[in-house]
Design a protein around this ligand. Structure first.
Ligand SMILES: Nc1nc2c(ncn2[C@@H]2O[C@H](COP(=O)(O)OP(=O)(O)O)[C@@H](O)[C@H]2O)c(=O)[nH]1
Ligand SMILES: [Mg+2]
Length: 448
């Protein structure tokens, strides 16, 4: 089975098995769905004039994107190639409404963003099974306010969808890498995000001396070790625009570095299935934790429910047979009790009225005491300290809880006193089965 077929199959399975569960636990399914749709994506980010558009134009082999020293182009441009659609430009308003494209969730970011997204379809064989996204550079904090949409969040959204994120910096601004990195790092999956990011120092031809280059490279490395908290520095690709550099100025080794970067971008589609699986894995683990919290709470609620139910049924039975006897002893009426009318006769259905009334009262009081008092208190306690419902026995689960406790609370708050009848336990099992069986099989498929 090839990757595309595998992806299709996975999409069908995920929709059928997971979407209803995501809805049940008030989780956003749009993220998974968007990942599964469409082509592999490469996102190019970095400060303005770091050479993003120049690199893209060279990669495609055509002058598609405007380039220049000033931060002129401030749109997210998705560039791809589809047979029969050459030189077509589609505005954001159309893209976010197309159910076949993965951009519908951008609608929520407002008109201002929508007018700053567009898609360009060009004739280019390298983009047949790939889309590359050119992004506006990050501005300083004050100019960011004028943008009219939350740039950091939008960038994070694109980063989540991307199979490869190319983070570009030129030697003049090597110090600004941190902001962009933090934005994407905060939105990518914790375990798997790192290998999706590629660091690139561009415009290396502009370092006049070796000392210039070393200084910039040093700044970049220092910043990176600060950001990643790791001692080992990830590979930093070096690149330059051949069109901008005189052949005599190209130093030894540069073309090879550049070729490696281009190759890495071309191979992004190879990470796709893996990326999808990791994303699903992460999100299903998240929904599982919410489901576990809900199930643990409902198990407790169900125990309390049965205590109340047993007591009120017992009391109801007692009152049914002996309630009128007690009343008779205290007040003198009713004159004939149910028991005497059964034993001595004549038995009339009227004799059942009072006992039934007393029994029903008992059941109602029991049910009210459970739903209005006991259940509410139990829920209040669970909402205040949901962690207590789970075993958070390792760091992974502790971190996951930190992330999901809000969602878990939201779900607990929405539960009613009789929800333990509503199959939440079965939903949890379904989620666990998906993680333990279906997902494992897919991981095995891509390894072999
Ligand atoms: N000398 C030199 N100039 C470059 C290089 N890459 C891009 N430029 C120039 O830098 C400017 C900004 O490039 P651009 O691709 O528009 O940057 P973007 O804002 O990141 O898209 C343009 O004038 C390019 O011609 C390079 O490697 N070397
Ligand atoms: Mg540009």
């Amino acid at each position: 089975m090839n990757e595309k077929e595998l992806q299709k199959q996975l999409q069908t399975k995920v929709r059928r098995k997971l979407e209803p569960l995501f809805i049940k636990y008030k989780m956003d399914f749009g993220g998974i769905d968007a990942t599964l749709k469409w082509k592999p994506l490469v996102l190019i980010i970095g400060n303005y004039s770091s050479g993003k558009s120049t690199l893209i134009n060279e990669f495609i082999g055509q002058d598609i994107q405007r380039t220049g020293q000033a931060p002129t182009d401030d749109s997210f441009t998705i560039i791809t190639s589809d047979a029969g659609c050459e030189d077509v430009e589609t505005p954001g308003s159309t893209l976010v409404n197309d159910p076949n494209l993965p951009f519908q969730h951008f609608k929520g970011y407002g008109e201002k963003l929508i007018s700053h997204i567009c898609m360009k379809q060009v004739a280019s064989p390298v983009l047949d099974n790939l889309a590359i996204i050119d992004s506006p550079g990050m501005l300083d904090a004050t100019s960011e306010k004028d943008r009219g949409y939350n740039y950091a969040q939008v960038l994070g959204e694109f980063a989540k969808m991307a199979d490869l994120i190319v983070l570009m910096f030129d030697p003049h601004k090597a110090g600004t890498i941190r902001e962009s990195y933090e934005i994407i790092r905060n939105t990518l999956p914790e375990k798997s995000g790192e290998h999706r990011i590629v660091f690139v120092m561009s415009r290396i031809d502009e370092c006049d001396h070796l000392s210039d280059f070393t200084r910039s490279y040093g700044t970049l490395c220092w910043n990176m070790s600060q950001m990643t908290g790791r001692k080992d520095i990830p590979h930093i690709y070096l690149t330059y625009a051949p069109a901008e550099v005189k052949p005599g100025d190209v130093a030894e080794g540069w073309p090879q570095e550049r070729a490696e970067l281009i190759e890495k971008i071309k191979r992004a589609s190879g990470f796709r299935i893996n990326h999808i699986l990791e994303d699903i894995d992460r999100q299903v683990n998240e929904v599982e934790m919410v489901a576990e919290t809900v199930a643990a709470f409902l198990k407790r609620a169900s125990k309390v429910y049965w205590k109340f139910a047993n007591v009120s049924i017992a009391v109801a039975l007692l009152l049914f047979f002996f309630g009128d006897v007690i009343l008779n002893a205290i007040t003198g009426s009713p004159e004939t009790t149910l028991l005497t009318s059964i034993r001595m006769g004549p038995f009339t259905p009227f004799a059942l009225i009072l006992p039934t009334f007393l029994a029903v009262c008992s059941l109602m009081i029991g049910s009210l005491a459970y739903s209005k008092i006991a259940f509410r208190q139990l829920k209040k306690k669970a909402v205040a300290n949901g962690a207590e419902l789970l075993e958070l026995d390792n760091d992974y689960r502790k971190n996951l809880w930190d992330k999901m406790s809000g969602k878990a609370k939201e779900n607990l708050e929405a539960l009613g006193p009789y929800d333990h009848w509503r199959g939440y336990g079965r939903s949890l099992t379904k989620i666990q089965n998906f993680l333990n069986n279906d997902l494992k099989k897919y991981y095995e498929k891509i390894v072999t």
